[in-house]
Design a protein. Structure first.
Length: 284
């Protein structure tokens, strides 16, 4: 997951029907709030207008370059995609008395493009918060007092990805190798890895392939700063699939490159002194 600032103008500013949509969203929100303010039988269903928030799907996908907001896989490559409610709209898992954040059912800032695997196969109605901060349960509640234990790409703390994610790399016989695996560093990231299932088998495979492609582009720059710079300019583009993993690969490769260069320097000094150079490990 990469940071993506919430920017309604960039997301919806060019959409001619946006003003009309906002009116429909307000009407639908008012109807939901009114319904939850009344008494209903257990079989009655809340009047959710899926079509209203569904109309934003193409705009949300475009803003995220057609990637899932959580796993960063290209949505259309693996399914039709969902409009996910970051804060669940009708219920919260593990909190049976919570009716969901129904007043945010059509709130643009609460809607994210998601693949079916991250949403229906993972997140669903999960929304853990820090035990010291209870869930907000009503429209007049203060959401800023909640401390979600799930990450959203709109979370500004993701600008420093190292405080949340640790991607795994290996070096065997001098070979720099991505694994495709990710661990959570922060509590929020740990819950996100588990709930979004960010280490599910095929996602790890796809993420590793993206990382391996990045390594292939970086290898010519092992001893050439110009080629390295060209590769980094291309790889650090947010629109790339699995961009957080690719960026982490670039950082890890730079560390690997520095170690290799230090080894070259050491061997040059040792070789000049002893009259013999030792070959470097046959890495990538």
């Amino acid at each position: 997951m990469m940071y993506r600032p919430y920017d309604p103008k960039a997301m919806f500013g060019a959409w001619a029907e946006y003003t009309g949509w906002q009116t429909s969203a307000k009407d639908a929100t008012d109807a939901l709030v009114k319904w939850f303010g009344q008494t209903h039988g257990p079989e009655e269903e809340a009047p959710v207008e899926k079509k209203v928030y569904g109309q934003l799907k193409d705009r949300l996908k475009a803003y995220f370059h057609d990637k899932c907001a959580y796993c960063e896989s290209l949505i259309d490559a693996v399914g039709w995609g969902d409009v996910d409610h970051f804060r669940p709209k009708l219920r919260v898992s593990g909190n049976p008395n919570h009716h969901g954040y129904y007043w945010l059912a059509y709130n643009e800032a609460n809607l994210l493009p998601s693949c079916e695997r991250c949403n229906r196969g993972g997140k669903r109605d999960n929304f853990p918060v820090d035990p010291a901060n209870a869930h907000v349960t009503a429209p007049n509640g203060n959401l800023s007092q909640e401390h979600p234990l799930l990450l959203s790409p709109y979370d500004a703390s993701l600008q420093n990805g190292d405080m949340h994610w640790k991607f795994e790399f290996r070096e065997v016989d001098g070979r720099f190798t991505p694994t495709g695996m990710v661990d959570g560093v922060s509590a929020e990231a740990q819950h996100s890895v588990k709930i979004y299932k960010l280490n599910r088998e095929w996602l790890v495979t796809l993420r590793r392939m993206s990382q391996e492609q990045a390594v292939d582009k970086l290898k010519p720059g092992l001893l050439d700063d110009k080629l390295l710079g060209q590769a980094l300019d291309e790889l650090l583009d947010f629109s790339r699939q699995h961009s957080a993993a690719v960026r982490a690969t670039c950082v890890a490769f730079l560390d690997y490159r520095e170690r290799r260069l230090q080894e070259v320097r050491r061997q040059l000094i040792t070789g000049l002194t002893a009259g013999k150079l030792q070959p470097l490990p046959q890495g990538n």
